[in-house]
Write a protein that binds this ligand. Structure first.
Ligand code: ATP
Ligand code: MG
Length: 452
């Protein structure tokens, strides 16, 4: 072991140890697989702690979505304990213990800050390498629990549940903060945001998810440092945005992104569009869409980045199409240009993978087809593989006041009719209904939208 490895911890105070009798965390609420891993570590003579979000959530009476474990056993040692274990990460930092579909992540205590991009590689000889902005480029070096604590982000995320006696170890005041529902960065907030600007998004995420208030010192630097999001790799921003907005707290998270002035650095076009016209149908659609997403999560229905980004980008698309107050122009060429302009600008910030971005574009391009209510084309739209999502977007456009709610009602009705009556219904529609209520250029190019 490195002779100085224990040194940095020497100055830190000992933890407050909250005994089992004084906290509500019960083994009955911990996943049996996580317990198995913890006990196996303990029986082999290692330390085994449940860490991070799971301890926090259990303390708050919530159901953790996963159970992460930290130990003083090195990854190789962890692997030897479990048949069903795989080391992952470029330099095998983490152990995954698999139980069927369930994976328990076991991390060895680390000396310094974590959240390294594994793809950048890690030189085991170096503790930590920072770039000129103070961001972490690389770090690695196993350490003790005393060191592991300080690399974590918020006090409530830095609690350790000890399998040896079921106590909670708190080095940073996380228990009182969690009880007071305060989100507080460990250490100097500005330094911690500079090390990893994504912590700014995490602040919004946890505040929304846990209904916590940011400690004033944790909130104060946000607006000033928001620009640092510009240099976060767009692929990481996709992951973070998805976590932020698809976890059931999209509406409040989005509100916090605006309040903390992070939005202009994440979605500049959207920020501009809603700042210019906060009460426009586009801004309303965004709000309603996020609320609907949250409702779906509550109902255990699936949510997708495809629909999420359609909703998020809607005000920007309307604006780019020259109709900031709606309705969306029907001209497919204009629509495609506006959508692609907004999408490609957004992609510079957030890598929306093609498998979501392309169908998102289709959802937009299908919208004008809802205005055509007569004839076979209307029936064909019903059969379109993206009909359901496009119809959901149509409902939002109606609810936001962008379009005549009668259009959405008609499509809702049509779906309830038996097959034969549907034909009668579309054939009964006046021919004018086939055309968009807005005037179209007379010599429209015969080009099909990409979605066809
Ligand atoms: P969730 O319930 O949403 O998963 P979580 O707290 O478990 O919340 P994760 O992103 O799963 O969050 O991270 C697990 C733990 O790792 C966190 O609780 C925190 O201690 C630490 N951590 C994660 N990301 C960072 C980061 N960027 N900076 C510092 N610590 C981090
Ligand atoms: Mg987690």
């Amino acid at each position: 072991m490195h002779p100085y490895e224990e040194e940095p911890s020497a100055g830190h105070p000992p933890p407050v140890i909250v005994p089992r009798a004084e906290h509500p965390i019960s083994r009955a609420d911990i996943s049996p697989n996580a317990l198995k891993v913890l006990y196996r570590l303990k029986d082999a003579g290692y330390q085994g702690f449940l860490v991070g979000g799971a301890v926090r959530d259990l303390l708050l009476g919530l159901h953790p979505k996963d159970f992460d474990i930290a130990t003083d056993a090195h990854p190789e040692q962890v692997r030897k304990l479990f048949r069903n274990c795989r080391l992952i990460g470029r330099r095998f930092h983490l152990a995954h213990v698999r139980f069927g579909m369930d994976i328990i992540e076991v991390a060895t205590f680390r000396a310094a800050h974590t959240e390294v991009d594994e793809d950048h590689g890690v030189d085991e000889a170096e503790h930590r390498v920072l770039d000129v902005h103070g961001r972490i480029l690389r770090d690695n070096l196993y350490g003790s629990i005393e060191e592991d604590v300080w690399r974590r982000d918020f006090t409530a995320n830095a609690l350790y549940y000890n399998i040896a006696d079921y106590s909670v170890w708190d080095y940073v005041g996380g228990v009182p903060d969690a009880r007071a529902r305060v989100l507080r960065l460990i250490g100097d907030p500005e330094t911690r945001y500079r090390e990893d600007p994504v912590r700014m998004l995490r602040a919004a995420r946890f505040a929304a998810k846990l209904d916590f208030t940011l400690h004033p010192d944790t909130e104060a630097p946000l607006a000033r440092l928001a620009y640092m999001l510009d240099s976060v790799p767009p692929a990481r921003l996709f992951d973070e945005t998805a976590k932020l907005l698809l976890a059931g707290h999209a509406a409040s998270s989005f509100g916090l992104l605006r309040r903390f002035e992070l939005l202009p650095h994440l979605m500049p076009d959207v920020a501009t569009a809603i700042a210019e016209a906060p009460e426009s149908p586009g801004a309303r659609l965004l709000r309603l869409g996020l609320e609907g997403t949250d409702q779906r999560v509550r109902d255990d229905r699936p949510v997708t980045p495809t629909f999420l980004f359609a909703v998020l980008l809607w005000p920007a698309i309307l604006r780019a199409a020259g109709a900031p107050d709606g309705p969306l122009p029907a001209d497919p060429q204009l629509l495609l240009t506006a959508t692609d302009e907004v999408l490609s600008r957004q992609l510079r910030r957030i890598t929306i993978p093609k498998r979501f971005g392309l169908p998102m574009r289709d959802l937009v391009m299908l919208q004008p087809r809802f205005e055509r209510r007569s004839g076979r084309r209307a029936l064909r739209l019903l059969e379109h593989p993206k009909f359901r999502a496009a119809y959901d977007l149509l409902l939002l456009r109606a609810a936001s006041g962008e379009i005549d709610p009668g259009i959405a009602e008609w499509w809702t009705q049509l779906q309830t009719l038996p097959e034969a009556e549907r034909v009668a219904e579309v054939e009964g529609q006046p021919a004018e209904a086939a055309e968009s209520p807005r005037r179209r250029p007379r010599r429209r190019r015969r080009r099909r939208p990409a979605a066809d």
